[in-house]
Design a protein around this ligand. Structure first.
Ligand code: FE2
Ligand code: FE2
Length: 410
C-alpha cells in the first residue's frame, strides 16, 4: 500500500515510492528505491522535501501516514477552492490561435536564443530586444491563453531553455491577467517570465545540457543561476522596474523558507516572484527532458496541488489553476460515456466541465468520428471520470487533435 509520510519519519528499511516535490528540484531524483543507506537518508533530509510516498508492501511501515484516498480528497478540495468564484475569459477560436501560436513560438524562440547568446558572450543585454517578443506572446495569450501555453510545453532537447522561457512568459501573462493586474503589470510579468532563467547563460554548458540527472556538486553549480541572472539584468539596458530582477532572483524560493538562494519565507517573497515560482514549476514538470518524460498537464496540476502547501502561495496557486484549468487544453480525459477526448477549451461554469473533442470509443476500442462536447451544457450528461496518459493508450496525435478544431461550434 502507498502512504504519504512526513520526511522526518523516514527510516532505513522503508521503500520510497515517490518524493512529494518536483523532481527537478533535487539532484538525486531516481525511480522508486529501498532506503538502505544512511547517506541516502541524510541526502533526502537535506533537500527541503517535506513529504514522501512510501510503499509499505515493499518496506517498513509507520503509523499516521496518509492513504492515497485521503490525499486525493485533499487535492480535490484544493482544486475545488480554485474552481469557486472564478472568472474565465472566453477562449474562442483555438484552431486559428494555434496556427498563429506556432509561428509566435518559433519567432520567440529565435529571439530568446540570440539574447541568451549575447549574454553568454558577456554583452550587456538590451531589454528592448525582448519587448516585441513579450508583445506578441501577450497578444496571443489575451486572444486565447491555451493555444500558446499548450504549444510551448512541447520542447526538444536543444531548445529546452529557450522554449521554457517562452512558456513561462506566456504562463505569467495568463496568471497576471487572472489576478486582475493592469496591462503594464501584465507586460512586466511577461518580461520577467521570459528573463527568469537568463542566469543559466553563465552555467557551464556541460552541466546545463547534461543528458542525465545532475550530481550533488553539479546541482549546486546550477543553483547559482538566480544570482547570476539578477547580475546580468542589473548590468543590462532598459530594465525599468524591479519585477524582472525579483523574479530572476527569487523564482526558486518557497513560502516555507526551504527554497534558494535566500531561503525567504512567504511575506518576504514578492508577488511576481511567487507567480514565477508556480509558472516555472508547471512548465518544468510538464516538459520532456532527456532523462525523464514530463507529466501530463492535468496530472501536473494535481501534483502541484498536493505539494502546494509550503511550496507556493495558495492564493496564487489557485489563480494559476483558474488561469489554465484543472484539465488544461491538450489534456486527454476519459468520459463517463466510455469515450476518450482531448480538452480544447475551458467554460465559464466550472473547471471540471471543459469543452472536449471526443475521438475514441473505449467499448469498441476504436477511433470514432470526432465530436465536440461542451460538458458545461445542462443537457450534457457526460462527465470526466479521469485524466489519461495518451502514451498508455497509444494515442500519438493528441497535439493535432486539440489544435485542429475546425468542427467547433463557435
Ligand atoms: Fe530557474
Ligand atoms: Fe525556470
Amino acid at each position: 500500500m502507498l502512504v504519504r509520510i512526513p520526511v522526518k519519519q523516514l527510516r532505513i528499511g522503508m521503500y520510497i515510492h515517490e518524493f512529494c516535490g518536483s523532481w527537478y528540484d533535487h539532484p538525486f531524483w531516481r525511480k522508486a528505491f529501498k532506503l538502505d543507506n544512511p547517506e541516502d537518508l541524510r541526502n533526502v533530509l537535506s533537500t527541503g522535501i517535506k513529504e514522501v510516498w512510501i510503499d509499505t508492501d515493499k518496506g517498513l511501515d509507520v503509523e499516521g501516514g496518509k492513504t492515497e484516498e485521503t490525499v486525493a480528497a485533499e487535492i480535490d478540495d484544493t482544486l475545488a477552492r480554485a474552481d469557486a468564484s472564478r472568472h474565465v475569459a472566453p477562449q474562442l477560436d483555438i484552431a486559428r490561435e494555434a496556427a498563429r501560436a506556432v509561428s509566435i513560438c518559433n519567432q520567440s524562440k529565435q529571439a530568446v536564443s540570440s539574447m541568451f547568446k549575447e549574454a553568454r558572450m558577456g554583452q550587456a543585454l538590451n531589454a528592448s530586444d525582448a519587448l516585441p517578443v513579450v508583445e506578441e506572446i501577450t497578444s496571443s495569450v489575451m486572444r486565447n491563453p491555451g493555444a500558446l501555453i499548450s504549444l510551448a510545453r512541447l520542447k526538444n532537447k536543444d531548445d529546452y531553455t529557450y522554449m521554457h522561457s517562452v512558456a513561462v512568459c506566456a504562463l505569467m501573462v495568463s496568471l497576471a491577467r487572472q489576478l486582475g493586474l493592469n496591462n503594464e503589470q501584465i507586460h512586466e510579468a511577461g518580461l520577467a517570465g521570459l528573463m527568469h532563467d537568463i542566469g543559466k547563460t553563465l552555467s557551464p554548458p556541460d552541466i546545463l545540457n547534461k543528458p542525465g540527472k545532475l550530481t550533488d556538486a553539479e546541482f549546486k553549480v546550477m543553483k547559482n543561476h538566480p544570482v547570476d541572472g539578477n547580475k546580468i539584468l542589473l548590468g543590462s539596458n532598459g530594465i525599468t522596474s524591479d519585477v524582472a530582477l525579483f523574479v530572476c532572483l527569487h523564482h526558486h524560493e518557497k513560502v516555507d523558507g526551504s527554497g534558494y538562494p535566500d531561503g525567504l519565507t512567504n511575506e518576504q517573497i514578492s508577488l511576481y516572484a511567487k507567480m514565477g515560482a508556480v509558472c516555472d514549476v508547471y512548465d518544468a514538470i510538464t516538459s520532456n527532458r532527456p532523462y525523464k518524460n514530463g507529466w501530463e498537464p492535468a496530472e501536473s496540476i494535481r501534483k502541484m496541488a498536493e505539494w502546494s502547501h509550503g511550496h507556493f502561495d495558495q492564493r496564487i496557486f489557485e489563480a494559476f489553476v483558474r488561469s489554465i484549468g484543472i484539465y488544461p487544453i491538450g489534456s486527454m480525459v476519459k468520459l463517463s460515456s466510455e469515450r476518450l477526448g482531448v480538452v480544447i477549451g475551458q467554460t465559464e461554469q466550472s473547471l471540471l466541465t471543459p469543452v472536449v473533442k471526443v475521438f475514441f470509443s473505449i467499448k469498441s476500442n476504436a477511433r470514432i468520428p470526432p465530436e465536440i462536447v461542451d460538458l458545461s451544457k445542462p443537457f450534457c450528461k457526460d462527465r470526466i471520470v479521469s485524466h489519461e496518459d495518451p502514451a498508455e493508450w497509444d494515442i500519438r496525435d493528441i497535439q493535432e487533435l486539440w489544435s485542429d478544431v475546425s468542427a467547433a461550434p463557435w
